[in-house]
Write a protein that binds this ligand. Structure first.
Ligand code: ADP
Length: 628
């Protein structure tokens, strides 16, 4: 068979263009990515060989070799793992199966440092080779195929790649980088060893480099016989905790997460009992680009008795903890465990429950710590992942109470970091309810007229601005025996927080204003469901609220934006008026009653962050009133 030329998929071309033109910091990570691919290939072989031992041929010892040739200016990363057939080489190195190219581009655009780490995070690590190479040749043979079914893939990283059938005795893959003119620094044993030590120390396979000795005559290192291991080659999580340094834990995290920022916290335990397993779990500092994709792959790798089984074992972690990275190594699961089996296994359920508790304990450790450093870490965690954790309140009823304690909000007391327990500790004498308001933004929440009476009485109100808040609150009805109540729903009942005189005054006002209320109702029919007097306002003339059981105006808006608006009267607000306000007092006797009534409602809708159905009509009314 002869050489064939193929064009890269458009996404690959885009990525290659970016890789070769804009990644300049941390470019040495290409070596980590290629070693990581080699290690994955060995893991895959080991796994397939469980069922088909003949795949190991006569070379059961798996290893990765890194070699360079200063004269030829090449750097070669070799593994005797699973290898690729010709079709696999075309598919794996010519197309991108995963979505996310657009996110990758966007992340790169916004990243000032143009950090090459990004490429690994997006699962396109192979292409990082083109940061330092102007040509890459890959020679491979899939385990199990005959020697004459090898493949050579080659490309200069622009639009095309070549494929050619070759004969290759050994299974596995060589990735040969033809280094660019100005990348000669990688043609050094010392440099390569230090990069491998920095990024790949915890690869569980030996990474080998040719021994070198000092030749006094030549005054240079010359390559000797034999190959030395450069890394520790022991799976980190299998070593005793007491022998692992903080730096090693962090380096392992960087290796499995492709994240250049150290994790906020980690936990490493050997669990014995109903189910026996080791867990090493990390909380990242920064959210990955695909955090919002609930289908994105999880970050926990499953091993069984140190054999790698799968990368994205969703069954090991609840969806709301999908940001957790790490490794779980089970001693009980069968080596041939499948995804389907994982979903049903009792052992897996025990692991998931145990791991969930560990992660929550880790978060509590930060949140409840006395150290300012830990508290700051928790705030960082919350800013990045809080909205994801909130999903847990509706998904994990078993841990709902613990999760509720981890929640942080803004409130009228502080702009961030308000916990429900903190709120409870500041409750007023006689207050038994936690009050909140939902809005599109913090500014809108803060200026909401519904807060006026609470401000006046010094009662704290939680200001909720996350999209998931409404949904979360439909699952969380109380905290430590205190109900959670929206200040924008139903009539305000401040209970014992309101004194008798105030209540009587309000009732009297209601009585006296009955004719006005009736008139407003008629005028605003079709725009407001009801009109009533309220005590919740201090400075504003009016506000809109919804019924107790109804969807909040904020949620109704979100649904409408998503094309799921409700028809008819169901979504109409209730207009509440402030009997003490000058505008309301004047309304009754004013000849422009119609215009003023509508303007009052428009103003209340706008103040609450809503939009007017007919803004032009509003402008016309205001203009008429201004003209007198
Ligand atoms: P990722 O490793 O995240 O899938 P890469 O761009 O690094 O993305 O690699 C693309 C694919 O190419 C891999 O998923 C794998 O199937 C294949 N591949 C890369 N390197 C090797 C290798 N050394 N041996 C076998 N297959 C490999």
């Amino acid at each position: 068979m002869t050489k064939q030329t193929h064009a890269f998929q458009a996404e690959v071309q885009q990525i290659l263009h970016l890789v070769t033109h804009s990644l300049y910091s941390n470019k040495e990570i290409f070596l980590r990515e290629l070693i990581s691919n080699a290690s994955d290939a060995c893991d895959k072989l080991r796994y397939e060989a469980l069922a088909k031992p003949e795949l190991l041929e006569d070379a059961p010892d798996l290893a990765i070799h890194v070699a360079y040739d200063a004269e030829a200016r090449t750097l070669t990363i070799s593994d005797n793992g699973i290898g690729m057939s010709e079709a696999e080489a075309a598919a794996n190195l010519g197309t991108i199966a995963k979505s996310g190219t657009r996110e990758f581009m966007a992340a790169l655009e916004s990243d000032q440092k143009k950090d090459a780490n990004l490429i690994g995070q997006f699962g396109v690590g192979f292409y990082s080779g083109f940061i330092v190479a102007d040509r890459i040749t890959v020679e491979s043979r899939r385990a199990g195929l005959p020697a004459n079914h090898g493949v050579r893939w080659a490309s200069d990283g622009t639009g095309e790649y070549e494929l050619e059938a070759i004969t290759r005795a050994g299974r596995g893959t060589d990735v040969i980088l033809h280094l660019r003119e100005d990348e000669a620094e990688f043609l050094s044993s010392w440099k390569l060893r230090s990069i491998i030590g920095k990024y790949s120390d915890h690869i569980a396979l030996p990474v080998l480099m040719q021994a070198e000795t000092w030749d006094t005559e030549k005054s240079a290192y010359v390559k000797g016989e034999g190959w030395d291991p450069v890394n520790k080659a022991a799976a980190l999580w299998t070593r005793p905790k007491s022998e692992i340094t903080e730096a090693e834990y962090v380096a392992f995290y960087e290796q499995i997460s492709h994240d250049s920022q150290p994790p906020l916290a980690y936990t490493h335990n050997r669990v014995e009992g109903r189910s026996e397993y080791t867990q090493l779990l990390y909380i990242p500092a920064k959210a990955p680009f695909d955090l919002w994709n609930r289908d994105s792959r999880g970050g926990v790798k499953l091993y069984v008795k140190r054999v790698f089984i799968m990368d994205d074992a969703e069954a090991l972690m609840p969806v709301y903890l999908r940001f957790v990275k790490g490794v779980i190594d089970s001693a009980d699961l069968p080596l041939n465990v499948s995804r389907e089996l994982l979903q049903e296994s009792r052992d897996v359920r025990a692991i998931r429950e145990g791991s969930t508790k560990r992660v929550l304990a880790m978060l509590e450790g930060l949140a409840d710590s006395d150290s300012d450093d830990d508290k700051a870490k928790y705030q960082t965690f919350w800013n990045g992942f809080g909205a994801v954790l909130k999903e847990g309140l509706g998904e994990d009823f078993q841990n709902q109470e613990r999760l509720a304690k981890l929640l942080r909000f803004a409130s009228t007391h502080a702009d961030e970091g308000v916990s429900l327990a903190g709120y409870v500790s500041r409750m007023k004498e006689g207050q038994d309810t936690l009050y909140y308001i939902t809005a599109d933004s913090l500014a809108a929440a803060k200026s909401s007229p519904q807060l006026e009476v609470f401000r006046k009485k010094g009662i704290e109100v939680l200001l909720l601005t996350d999209r998931v808040d409404e949904w979360m609150l439909s699952h969380l009805h109380e905290f430590e025996g205190h109900a959670l109540q929206s200040v924008a729903k139903g009539a305000v009942d401040l209970g014992t927080l309101q004194d008798e005189a105030e209540k009587q005054q309000a009732e009297a006002a209601s009585e006296a204003l009955k004719p006005l209320l009736e008139r407003l109702k008629t005028t605003l029919a079709g725009r407001a469901k009801d009109v009533r007097v309220t005590t919740r306002l201090v400075d504003s003339p009016a506000c809109v609220v919804v019924d107790d059981g109804a969807m909040s105006a904020h949620l109704a808006r979100l649904l409408k934006q998503a094309g799921q608006g409700q028809p008819g009267d169901a979504s109409l607000p209730i207009l509440e008026i402030n009997p003490e306000h000058a505008l309301v007092k004047r309304l009754e006797s004013d000849a422009r009653f119609d215009d003023l009534a509508n303007i009052l409602l428009d103003g209340a809708l706008l103040a609450e962050g809503g939009q007017l159905e007919d803004p032009a009509a509003h402008v016309a009314r205001v203009n008429r009133v201004l003209l007198g």
